[in-house]
Ligand binder design. Structure first.
Ligand code: MN3
Length: 200
């Protein structure tokens, strides 16, 4: 076994009073994320050139290769979910000063950042992710990616804060109301200290 499911950095019940239930985290972390890890390890077992490679190397090696799209999907989703668990916090929603200044520089205000992020997250048709990224020139931007794709793969920038907008991430708690899930994330769950720590 090459890759392992990391433990959540908080209890499964820790986010329940902020809009993400224990049931969601049990399904999403213990079942969905585990399934990506299990499938990825199966691909590594049967592809000699992937053995001994880091997760980031496998993402880079397989992205954009139609013949290896199945491998990329599992590797991308493993990377995305490792990021995502850290992008949530039982004390989320508070934006530390250095990040706030960068958000104001790049978007004009925190509200305009949140508006851009909501547009990306609700505008991603079908499964995917919304991201706050830092581009090569240092500016912050919002982007969205389909399925298991991420800014690491596309080279758009460094992922600061990613939100899973696959239905499995919000259907238990918000049913079909993806906009409410996104707003709740930005205001109550987002670990902006993690985002700030990811700044260059
Ligand atoms: Mn997910």
């Amino acid at each position: 076994m090459t890759f392992e499911l990391p433990a959540l950095p908080y209890a499964h019940s820790a986010l329940a009073d902020r809009g993400m239930s224990q049931e969601t985290l049990e399904l999403h972390h213990d079942k969905h994320h585990q399934a990506y890890v299990t499938a990825l390890n199966g691909f590594v077992d049967s592809n000699a050139d992937l053995q001994g490679k880091t997760l980031e190397e496998i993402v880079a090696l397989t992205y954009g290769d139609e013949a290896r799209a199945g491998i990329f999907n599992q590797a991308g989703q493993h990377w995305n979910h490792i990021h995502f668990w850290n992008a949530l916090s039982p004390n989320g929603g508070g934006i530390p000063g250095t990040l706030e200044a960068k958000l104001v520089d790049s978007f004009g205000s925190v509200d305009e950042f949140k508006s851009a992020f909501k547009t990306a997250a609700t505008g991603q048709f079908g499964s995917g992710w919304a991201w706050l990224i830092q581009k090569a020139d240092g500016a912050l931007a919002v982007t969205k990616t389909p399925n298991g794709v991420n800014p690491l793969a596309t080279g758009e920038g460094t992922a600061l804060l990613g939100l899973d907008v696959w239905e499995h991430s919000y259907y238990v708690d918000f049913r079909n109301r993806r906009p409410d899930y996104v707003t709740n994330f930005l205001d109550k769950l987002a670990n902006y200290e993690f985002a700030e720590a990811n700044l260059a």
